[in-house]
Design a protein around this ligand. Structure first.
Ligand code: MD3
Ligand code: FE
Length: 205
């Protein structure tokens, strides 16, 4: 698998998963969503809805609502525990460099008009473990910055089957999704894009 280091600790693996592997990963996503449907997160304080819809699997899941951002063990709407993390996703986390098991897989769904503004991921107690991101469906115009808001950024097209790994000095890099290239993939019959991020949350691995 090709590996491009875009910044220290930020690795892009274009086409890491072939069409068959993408279909298998998508089947895992569909099975999770049958148990834990996509929810619409809202911003702390303002209550404004995200354009991205989300779900999770694994012991912990990331949520956002009027009270803040956090990891919790249950779905914010159904109040049911998150479904288990599928073996194939746990294997992907190990394959792309993690030394401890993932505790959370955040599933982001982008309709073609969804985006995600520039942010840092810092709700995890363990900031030493990598975040491993898998893209399925339409291509995203992803933006990677540095550790400070307002610094230089680079734009990357993340396509279906691509993997992105954030570790070490890039773990606290600013990043976001400028837009989705609607109709760029036929993997999802409904269109749009799934992004899966596999994460360690707690420090006791
Ligand atoms: C850089 N997701 O879920 S994935 C997120 O495409 C998130 O859905 C985007 O940002 C998406 O928080 C980007 C690539 C990614 C994931 C985590 C990172 C880049 C990152 C953590 C630190 C720095
Ligand atoms: Fe993020």
């Amino acid at each position: 698998t090709d590996r491009l280091e875009l910044a220290p600790g930020a690795f892009w693996y274009p086409a890491a998963f072939d069409a068959r592997a993408q279909a298998d990963l998508l089947a895992d996503v569909r099975a999770v969503l049958a148990q834990a449907p996509l929810f619409t997160p809202t911003m702390p304080r303002t209550g404004k809805s995200f354009s991205v819809r989300m779900s999770n699997c694994g012991p912990l899941g990331w949520v956002s609502d009027g009270s803040g951002y956090r990891y919790q063990s249950f779905h914010p709407d159904t109040r049911q525990p998150w479904p288990p993390l599928p073996d194939r996703l746990q294997a992907a986390y190990a394959r792309f460099g993690a030394a401890t098991p993932a505790e959370a897989c955040l599933i982001n769904y982008y309709a073609p008009d969804a985006r995600m503004s520039l942010h840092q991921d810092r709700d995890e107690a363990d900031l030493t473990a990598p975040v491993v991101s898998l893209s399925l469906g339409d291509t995203a115009l992803f933006r990677l910055g540095g550790p400070e808001r307002g610094g230089a950024t680079q734009a990357i097209r993340l396509a279906s089957g691509d993997v992105f790994v954030l570790s070490g000095p890039s773990r606290l890099a600013f990043h976001g999704v400028d837009r989705i290239l609607g109709g760029s993939s036929r993997l999802l019959q409904e269109g749009g894009r799934f992004n899966l991020t596999l994460r360690r949350v707690s420090c006791t691995g």
